[in-house]
Design a protein around this ligand. Structure first.
Ligand code: SF4
Length: 675
């Protein structure tokens, strides 16, 4: 731990990290003279084991940095200029109330669009009094689909989001497949468990277009083309079915739809899938053989494979593998996915059902702001997210945010790319300045985080501000909680005693089925018949070409390179993107660079018909030819022309779940003369 620097006694306060990361670390924060001095891991949570990522270690730079919002403010310059004058909370909230009421009487409440995502996964910060406000006022609803929508749809349809294998059980596996996931950058606490499994003799397969740190030590690394995971998974299914490795007894007793899946997998020979994925047939065959013959065998389905036109079907095919291969019923076997639903927490505290109002897919924000007219979006209320940097079709979003007749509220911790377009800015507390419930989605952990320091400036919590807005609009009764502390107690009271009581005592609760359940021993599918639904009819109707189908690559001669935007070790989604960083670089394979006459550190232009990004080139054979990569979550200030990778991404939707197709961006790259 660094030496305290302010002088005087220092205290260490325990809390938990609720940010959008699978791990939900327990934290020890050193505080001196009311300021955070260091942030470190604590041993309260045995899975996160006393260490944390480098990102949150520097969270004090967000708390006290120059971008921190400290006071409410009202725009005084042009939209996007970022010039504001300080206002009182009363003035700012009254203005918001008036504009909401005005929009409702002129165009109906659906002309108000609340817009939020996972700036915090805490139970207090999202889907709480905010939901109360939007539901009771009757605003448009937001389909929160920018991430995890296709995998979530697949997991729900197949298994009813059954709890999945947790990190602690990885060392029991004899084979681990990491599919579309790079825990070295996101979810770092998984890495030592994978290493431990390898030490005990487990084989490791990594399926990722990049040679990630874990791919370097893998027994097989399939560097597949973007968007081809579904073909690879179906080829493994076909191998299992045609070579007598499908578990007929399991499928008979515990699954429906195996025949339909087998039929859809039939065209996918190893050779055909390998050709489309751009891998050696022998390597794909090796993966299929290893999977067929290993037990316990574990598939970790990540989020990298969902971000394309085939993402839902890819997740479905990957998650179906343990059912067909008969890999359940043993510790270390089965699948591992989001465990966010494992606590089965019913948010009864919201108290108002969802109204039947317009649903806006969050990936269509640009379209909603520039094209929707029934009714148009007149009020946009953004919190817990930064869509100007992170959501597809950046140029159209910015055009929408520039509309003079749009009233935009941004409730944020720092001056984001979206906040500069606000009409009213509201300063928000960070997780170190308030209470929240941190829910992991890798391990099955739930913890109560508490304020370690007072709020900076006049920042207020989501619960306090949405409670006051409800109150000002006459939407709350006196009996209902209207602020953070009341709400925290209300949630504790409403949680089942087996969860609420340990949290009150400062301990971690254990779910009724154990913190490390074995699938099909301790937990079963949460589907109505408790079976795996391998061919859900509703999804077959939803997918443009039906289930387990492959839509071809959208690349063209003009834009032949696939642009991917994987998570980095600098931001949590886009949180902390305001901090200074080395130049953002486009990563490109040496063959692609040579074909374009490009050299390391060249200034390049990455472009397509939607926009362009100017940045430095990093030539690296760790990425497969035909694919280039920009980091996820960068802010506009991080590139030379203030455009991020989302400027190159169309707002097309995934085959299932209405997700974002980030990895379907096809681009060209050229040198940009520095002159
Ligand atoms: S972001 Fe993840 S790894 Fe980092 S402190 Fe939070 S939970 Fe832990």
């Amino acid at each position: 731990m660094a030496e305290p620097i302010l002088g005087g006694p220092a205290s260490v306060v325990e809390t938990a990290c609720p940010l959008d990361c699978p791990d939900a670390c327990s934290l020890s924060v050193t505080v001196q003279q009311g300021k955070v001095i260091t942030i470190d891991g604590s041993h309260k949570n045995p899975v996160t084991g006393g260490y944390i990522c480098a990102k949150v270690r520097k969270f004090d730079q967000r708390l006290y940095g120059p971008d921190r919002l400290l006071y409410p403010a009202i725009r005084k310059g042009r939209k996007g200029e970022g010039r504001f004058k300080r206002a009182s909370w009363d003035e700012a909230l009254q203005l918001i109330v008036e504009r909401m009421q005005k929009a409702k009487s002129a165009h109906g409440a659906e002309s108000i669009l609340p817009y939020s995502y996972g700036g915090s996964n805490g139970l207090l910060t999202q889907d709480n009094l905010d939901a109360q406000l939007w539901r009771r006022f009757g605003t448009s609803r937001l389909a929160r689909t920018v991430c995890a929508a296709p995998t979530g749809a697949a997991n729900l349809a197949l298994y009813g989001k059954m709890p999945s294998v947790v990190y602690q059980d990885y060392p029991d596996a004899r084979l681990i497949i990491l599919w579309g996931v790079n825990p070295s950058a996101s979810g770092i606490h998984l890495v030592p468990f994978v290493r431990e499994a390898q030490k005990r003799g487990a084989k490791l397969i990594v399926i990722d277009p990049r040679t990630t740190p874990l791919a370097r030590s893998a027994d097989v690394h399939l560097a597949v083309n973007a968007g081809t995971d579904v073909a690879v998974a179906l080829a493994i299914h076909r191998y299992l079915f045609t070579n007598g490795h499908a578990d007929a007894a399991f499928l008979r007793d515990h699954a429906t739809g195996a025949d339909e899946l087998r039929e859809r997998a039939e065209p996918w020979t190893i050779e055909k899938a390998a050709a489309i994925a751009g891998v050696e047939p022998s390597a794909l065959l090796q993966v299929a053989e290893l999977y067929a013959h290993s037990s316990p065998a574990l598939v970790r389905c990540g989020w990298g494979l969902e971000r394309n036109r085939n993402g839902g079907n890819a997740a479905l095919a990957v998650l179906a593998l343990p059912a067909v291969g008969g890999k359940f019923g043993v510790r270390g076997g089965g699948y591992s996915m989001s465990n966010s639903a494992s606590w089965n927490i019913d948010r009864t505290w919201i108290g108002t059902p969802e109204p039947d109002t317009r649903v806006v897919n969050m990936n269509h924000l640009g379209r909603a702001l520039t094209e929707y007219n029934d009714p148009p979006v007149n009020v946009l209320f953004v919190y817990n997210c930064n869509p100007a940097a992170t959501v597809p079709d950046q140029r159209r979003i910015v055009r929408g945010l520039e509309r003079d007749d749009l009233f935009t509220v941004v409730f944020e911790q720092v001056m984001t790319d979206t906040a500069v377009y606000a009409d009213v800015l509201l300063p928000a507390t960070t997780f170190l300045e308030g209470y929240d419930f941190a829910k992991a989605y890798g391990p099955i952990t739930l913890d109560l985080g508490k304020a370690v320091v007072d709020a900076a400036g006049e920042a207020r919590s989501n619960a306090d501000v949405f409670g006051e807005l409800c109150d000002r609009l006459g939407l709350l009764s006196d009996a209902e909680p209207a602020g953070e502390l009341d709400l925290m107690l209300e949630v504790l009271n409403r949680l089942p005693p087996a969860i609420g009581e340990p949290l009150r005592a400062g301990e971690l609760p254990t779910p009724s089925f154990s913190a490390a359940p074995v699938q099909f021993v301790d937990v079963f599918p949460n589907t109505p018949d408790r079976k795996v639904h391998l061919f859900p009819a509703a999804l077959d109707a939803e997918a443009p070409m039906g289930l387990y189908r492959f839509q071809p690559d959208p690349g063209s001669k003009q834009y032949p390179l696939a642009l991917i935007s994987p998570a980095s070790d600098r931001t949590i989604s886009s949180t902390l993107g305001e901090l200074p960083r080395p130049d953002v670089k486009l990563i490109m394979h040496p063959d692609d660079a040579a074909a374009r006459g490009l050299a390391d550190d060249d200034l390049v232009r990455v472009f397509n018909e939607l926009g362009e990004v100017h940045c430095i080139l990093d030539i690296d054979k760790a990425i497969r030819p035909g694919i280039v990569s920009l980091p996820k979550g960068i802010w506009r200030r991080s590139t030379r022309n203030h455009a991020t990778g989302t400027a190159l991404v169309a707002d097309t939707l995934t085959d299932l779940g209405g997700g974002a197709c980030f990895n379907d961006a096809r681009v060209q790259v050229a040198s940009l003369p520095t002159a």
